[in-house]
Design a protein around this ligand. Structure first.
Ligand SMILES: CC(C)(COP(=O)(O)OP(=O)(O)OC[C@H]1O[C@@H](n2cnc3c(N)ncnc32)[C@H](O)[C@@H]1OP(=O)(O)O)[C@@H](O)C(=O)NCCC(=O)NCCS
Length: 193
């Protein structure tokens, strides 16, 4: 267990991050898509997170490969102080506490960067993940029937939030929660040049 380390993401891990993401997505039970992204998209995503200061941490194996990820990003449809968490660990490293450590690193970083709420969507059948999130302090805030459709199969999702400090939100976001699984439009700042 000690041979793994948690580091901030960087482009040098883009290939293995891509491969691990693809591996987890292809399990077909956990993520909202059933395959990975092209390498160019992954590099753009890593650079975007760096430019905007979004927490992005990777779990690195002894061969220097990313075998897990956790990122917290802004999304177009939500207020700026809400960060959306994504996480995944290669199958062989699950259930050993790495996911919790990776998420704790990203959540602590997000708090320092002024995020007030960390939100995520999780398939209702993903009991391991829901238990882990609950242990970290996330609470269920909404339920969406058929909230995610992967390869033609619909599944319900829970929306869960970790409130970093007490905040009051109006009801204006409510219909977003109970709509379809949101399209993930990340908010990245435009480069200056
Ligand atoms: C969800 C996930 C990130 C959690 O990471 P992890 O390293 O497995 O989490 P931890 O070891 O910190 O805790 C997992 C819990 O499940 C238990 N567990 C036991 N065997 C397990 C296994 N083979 N796989 C997953 N969890 C297992 C752990 O003991 C722990 O239970 P506890 O909360 O009662 O202590 C990881 O399981 C994963 O990548 N799953 C597939 C992708 C996924 O679901 N992503 C999230 C989509 S919303």
């Amino acid at each position: 267990m000690d041979e793994l380390k948690i580091v901030r993401s960087s482009e040098k891990y883009a290939v293995s991050y891509c491969e691990t993401f693809d591996e987890v997505a292809k399990e077909g039970k956990f993520l909202s898509i059933s395959g990975g992204y092209p390498i160019e998209d992954m590099i753009r995503f890593i650079k975007g997170c760096q430019r905007c200061g979004y927490p992005q941490f990777l779990l690195i194996d002894p061969n220097g490969r990313a075998v897990g990820w956790c990122d917290i990003v802004r999304r177009c449809e939500a207020p700026d102080d809400v960060g959306f968490l994504g996480v995944g660990i290669a199958k062989r490293y699950r259930g050993m506490g790495w996911g919790s450590r990776l998420m704790t690193a990203a959540i602590n970083d997000a708090k320092k960067r002024g995020f007030n709420e960390i939100r995520l969507e999780v398939r209702a059948s993903n009991y391991n993940a829901i238990r882990t999130y609950t242990r970290l302090g996330f609470v269920k805030i909404a339920y969406t029937t058929d909230g995610v459709v992967t390869d033609g199969i619909a599944e319900d999702i829970w929306v869960m939030s970790l409130f970093c400090r007490e905040i009051k939100r109006g009801g204006f976001e409510r219909e977003k929660f109970f709509g379809r699984f949101p399209k993930t439009g990340f908010k990245f700042k435009k480069p200056n040049n």
